[in-house]
Design a protein around this ligand. Structure first.
Ligand SMILES: Cc1ncc(COP(=O)(O)O)c(C=O)c1O
Length: 474
């Protein structure tokens, strides 16, 4: 289907429109800062508002409705929605649509902060499930079925589960068994698939949509050619209340959603539909080739996929056996003009394009040069710190409702052991809280914070004086 109804409607509009006497204030580009105009010129006429013929995201019955229907039929779901506030808005909306005050919800602990914010807004009672850890990569994976069952022995009456799958590093687990267990308990399965908008295409992993999820959120902007903040939300079953969902989306998203973002979502869907089996085969092949070339270098290697997981071909996680951190390694690449997605204390993560890479020779040269530079460093004996492990099943120390009544103070993180966090501490990226709001701060967490800080991590939730917000009780 080579159609992009929303994009086409915008083009029609630009042909008809002679005068713009409506928002936005740049008036289709007539008023704009001169020095920057040449950069924005071509897209400003498409940055419009809910004009005749351009439909309304919050009440779609024209071009947006058609574009969303095409999206839904590509992913084979009941309904699909465009999101203009990223997966962040999708996570908030799906949680508000599914859970209310006091509802017990199983939550994979290594979730994005938007999941925790959604839980707080809904007033639900999260039961955290600790993920498995990847020993080589040092990062969290998915939750295993035993952990889900262990939680269900204590928490009998759950309303659902929120999973994050795949992980930021592209490791995907099969969630079918977990979905079946939760459905048997009468719960709903919510999946944050922010990193898997391209899943379901040939050569790519299957989407959670086809593994039992009732509702799935995807950041189109992360792996598809969509503008930043563009995302999708897919509803896959009657367990999701459509009224509550559309109300939540209206509460959370702007009443002036960006037509540029929405058109880019429409075009991303068309881009996926046009990808041929041959092109997708080549994309998978070039990813394999890229990994092999790295593994052939002396001082760099890719992190292998653990048993039971499927790797997203677009994600390549690289480590070195030399005694430097992932952050320092990332910096070495940046000095060569190669900017990666993220670094952590061990790894650097590269996201490959969902498209053909023309000439890999130059890229190979950069990797070889870095490998040579690394050879001048000592070999690392072992990773200096063990992984931070959470209890396999845990809850908040204070309910979201009680937190509203408690006063808060700023405290040096060094003195915070035993206090309850009033704000999450989040290494960013990846945006997965080290300490969630409402969790008791332990000395192990504090040590881990300083360990990551020393290695070069950046944090949200701690100020430059190394103070954080805690509740004013012990
Ligand atoms: C797992 C996960 N979920 C949700 C988000 C939020 O996505 P967005 O940036 O599209 O709002 C992120 C962002 O990195 C993420 O990694």
């Amino acid at each position: 289907m080579n159609r992009a109804p929303l994009f086409e409607a915008l083009i029609q509009h630009t042909k008809k429109s002679k005068w713009s006497f409506h928002v936005p204030g740049h008036k289709s580009g007539q008023i704009f800062e001169k020095n920057a105009f040449s950069f924005f010129q071509s897209v400003l006429p498409l940055d419009v508002t809910e004009l005749t013929g351009l439909d309304d995201l919050h009440h779609p019955e024209g071009a947006i409705q058609e574009a969303q229907e095409l999206l839904g039929s590509l992913y084979k779901v009941k309904n699909s929605y465009f999101l203009v506030g990223g997966s962040t808005s999708g996570n908030l909306a799906m949680i508000l649509a599914s859970f209310g005050h006091g509802d017990v919800v199983l939550v994979q602990r290594n979730c994005h902060k938007s999941v925790l914010n959604g839980l707080e807004l809904s007033g639900a009672y999260p039961v955290f499930l600790s993920p498995e850890m990847d020993v080589e990569g040092g990062f969290p994976l998915g939750v295993n079925v035993d952990t889900v069952e262990k939680a269900l022995e204590v928490h009998l009456d759950i309303k659902g589960i929120i999973l994050t799958n795949p992980t930021y590093y592209g490791m995907q687990q099969d969630i079918q068994e977990i979905s079946d267990i939760v459905h048997r308990k009468g719960g709903v399965v919510l999946v944050d698939e922010a990193h898997g908008a391209h899943f379901g295409l040939k050569e790519m992993p299957k989407s959670a949509i086809h593994k039992g999820a009732d509702i799935v959120v995807q950041s189109a902007h992360k792996t598809l050619p969509a503008l930043t903040m563009g995302a999708f939300l897919h509803v896959n079953s009657d367990r999701i209340d459509k009224y509550r969902l559309s109300h939540a989306l209206q509460m959370i998203q702007s009443s002036s959603p960006s037509y540029l973002i929405m058109a880019s979502l429409d075009l991303s869907r068309m881009y996926m539909e046009k990808l041929t089996a041959h092109e997708l085969g080549t994309i998978a092949h070039q990813s394999e080739r890229f990994r092999m070339d790295i593994d052939n270098l002396e001082c760099l290697q890719t992190v292998k996929t653990p048993k039971g997981y499927v790797l997203d071909p677009l994600k390549v996680t690289v480590q070195t056996d030399r005694d430097i951190s992932g952050y320092e390694l990332q910096h070495m690449f940046e000095e060569e003009g190669l900017f990666s997605e993220l670094a952590d204390e061990r790894n650097v993560l590269f996201i490959l394009p969902l498209g053909m890479m023309d000439d890999l020779t130059q890229l190979k040269e950069v990797f070889s040069k870095i490998s040579y530079k690394l050879s001048l460093y000592k070999i690392r004996k072992t990773y200096s710190k063990p992984l931070l492990l959470f209890p396999s099943v845990s809850t908040l120390s204070v309910s979201y409702n009680d937190m509203k009544k408690m006063s808060v103070k700023e405290l040096s993180i060094q003195k915070a052991d035993g206090f309850i966090a009033a704000e999450a501490i989040i290494p960013y990226p990846p945006g997965i809280p080290l300490i969630a709001k409402g969790e008791k701060i332990t000395s192990a967490c504090i040590c881990h914070y300083f360990f990551l800080k020393e290695k070069g991590a950046r944090f949200q939730g701690v100020n430059e004086l190394e103070e954080m917000y805690v509740f004013d009780i012990r």
